[in-house]
Every structure is written in C-alpha cells, then in structure tokens.
Design a protein around this ligand. Structure first.
Ligand code: CUA
Length: 326
C-alpha cells in the first residue's frame, strides 16, 4: 500500500507543474478561475473534515448493545441540517459566485471593449493565427501585445478543436460553421504554452501553441514583418532551394510574394522566424527541419504532409531557403 502511494502521489502531483498550469495564472481571468478552484477545494475539504469528524464522534459515543435505547434512531435534525440543507446552500452559493462573477470575467468580451481581433483557426493538427486588417498569417506561435484586451475568434478548418491557454483564460471550442469568441489578455510579458483541449485525432497531443506576450512596440515591429512578403534570397543555397520549394511545396503551402499559394499546410512566409514547428512537435533547427521533410510520418504519424526524399544537396538547399524566410 505504502509503495503504491509513493508511486501514485508523485505521478498525480506531476500534473500540477509545468508551463501549462491553470493554477499559475497570468491574467485577471485566469486568476479568478484559479481562485474559484481553491475556494471550491477548501469548501470541499471543509465538508469532508466535518463529515469525517461526525462519523468519528458517533463511533466514540455509540451505545453498547445491552444499554437502554440501543439501536433507536435519534438526532434526525442533525442529519437534515448537515446532510441536506447545508450542501444545498453551499452548492447554490458556489453556483451563484461562478455564474455571476467568474463567467462574466472570462466570457466573450463586448466588441467595444477590445483593442484588436485575432483569428485562431484549428487544423488537424496545428494552429493558424491571422490578424485581420493585415496579411499576417502564422502558425502555432501567437504574438500579442501586453496589457491589451484581444477579441480572439476561434474557428476550425476541419473538426472540433479547443483553444486553451491555461495561464491566460479558460478554453473555447472551435466548432465547424461557428465563430466562438473569448477574451485573450495578459498583464505580463512572457511566453505561455497552450494546447488543443478537445480530442481531434491521432496527433491531438501534438497540437500545442505558444502565446508570446511582447511590449507594444516589439509587437508592432513583429506584426509589420509578419505582414510583409517573403524576402527573395540574394543567392547561394537559399536561392537554389527556393526553386525546389516552389516546385514541390506550393500546392499545399503559401509563401506570400511567390507563386506558392496552397492552403493545406501552414503559411511559410516567415517560417524561419518561428521557434517551434508542427504544433510544437520539435524546435525549428536545421537538423529537425531536414528530418521533418524526409521523415515526417515517423515524427508525427498521420499528418497530411507527404515525405520528400530529396538528394542530400537539394535537401540542404531547401532547408537553407526555409531558414532564410525570417
Ligand atoms: Cu485539435 Cu485536439
């Protein structure tokens, strides 16, 4: 028994740490959600302590079988008060608090209360982010300015996904044919990890995202670059790689400023500036990128990209071109 507890407790607690921790909030909405959780936890443990205490007291004050009145039922008023009236009151109070206070803070924001809108589009299995009013279109890494209320519109290109960044707010499902909105806001600079929270197929676990909260000036600079067309490589392997990419990849990927305009996979216009790829499956480094192109079905089985077995020199050119797309 002791061994079982020693094994199970660390396993259970290991879920309480890490980058995707809803109990480590970084926004007003997430703070309210975490506080509600702790209050419910405290009240539940209070109830457990009370019931256990009464059971123990009853055990010590029990009558012996030969005593007068043994086996008679008494004290129904205690059972009524603690067993029925009090739980109803507690549950109603928690409902009112969570419904009137927490839902109000975390629900879809009034259109006039937000400074900008961002579209999050779920795909099997990656996230697309668009910034209406600009041509910026990126994947898996959502940049936002600090201290800015953002109207996040969540939709899907295929099945139901769920947009969830635990340190910033509750989750919101992406449902075919429907636009769901949620407030996205952070009062701190930093990078927060989020995750698709609705089972959506084989690679559901590899559908993560980063929210990168920047100063307003840094965000404006990022958005300006992201909205611009891809820069033509000056020469060398990157220029040679461009021809290969446009011939092989353009029916599935868009690279703005070139003939590539596919919409099956992510927009690659500035893929070189991202830190992770494929729903945060691996870091955006040369060796990983090369492996992804030739061997992606073993990294992320079931993803929609075919494997390309380029000769070594060509593969090097392709990777050089993708890396040049900053
Ligand atoms: Cu998308 Cu799970």
């Amino acid at each position: 028994m002791a061994a079982l507890v020693l094994v199970l407790v660390p396993l259970a607690l290991s879920g309480c740490a890490g980058a995707q921790n809803s109990l480590n909030p970084h926004s007003h909405a997430a703070t309210d959600i975490a506080n509600l959780f702790w209050w419910m936890m405290a009240i539940a443990f209070g109830g457990l302590a009370l019931v256990t205490g009464i059971m123990v007291a009853a055990w010590f004050r029990r009558k012996q079988p030969d005593e007068e009145h043994a086996g008679e039922r008494r004290g129904n008023i205690v059972v009524l008060a603690l067993g029925i009236v009090m739980p109803i009151c507690v549950v109603c109070a928690l409902f009112v608090v969570s419904d009137t206070l927490i839902i109000n803070v975390t629900q879809a924001p009034a259109a006039s209360s937000t400074a900008m809108t961002i579209h999050a589009i779920g795909h099997d299995w990656w996230w697309e982010f668009r910034y209406p009013g600009t041509r910026a279109d990126t994947a898996d890494e959502l940049h936002i300015p600090v201290d800015t209320r953002i109207n996040l519109v969540a939709t899907t290109a295929d099945v139901i996904h769920s947009f969830w960044v635990p340190p910033l707010n509750r989750k919101i499902d992406t449902i075919p044919g429907q636009r769901n909105r949620i407030l996205l806001y952070s009062n701190e600079l930093g990078t927060f990890r989020g995750q698709c929270a609705e089972f959506c197929g084989l690679q559901h676990a590899h559908m993560a995202m980063l929210v990168i909260v920047q100063t307003k000036a840094a965000f404006r600079a990022w958005l300006r670059n992201e909205a611009a067309d891809a820069r033509k490589p000056a020469g060398g392997p990157a220029l040679a790689g461009e021809n290969v990419v446009l011939a092989s990849c353009s029916s599935c990927h868009t690279i703005r400023g070139t003939s590539a305009s596919g919409y099956v996979g992510p927009d690659l216009t500035h893929v070189g500036s991202r830190t992770w790829l494929a729903g945060l499956s691996f870091p955006n480094r040369r060796a990983w990128l090369a492996r992804w192109i030739t061997d992606n079905q073993s990294i992320k089985p079931g993803n929609q990209m075919p494997e390309f077995h380029f000769a070594a020199g060509r593969l090097r050119d392709v990777v050089a071109y993708l890396e040049s797309l900053k």
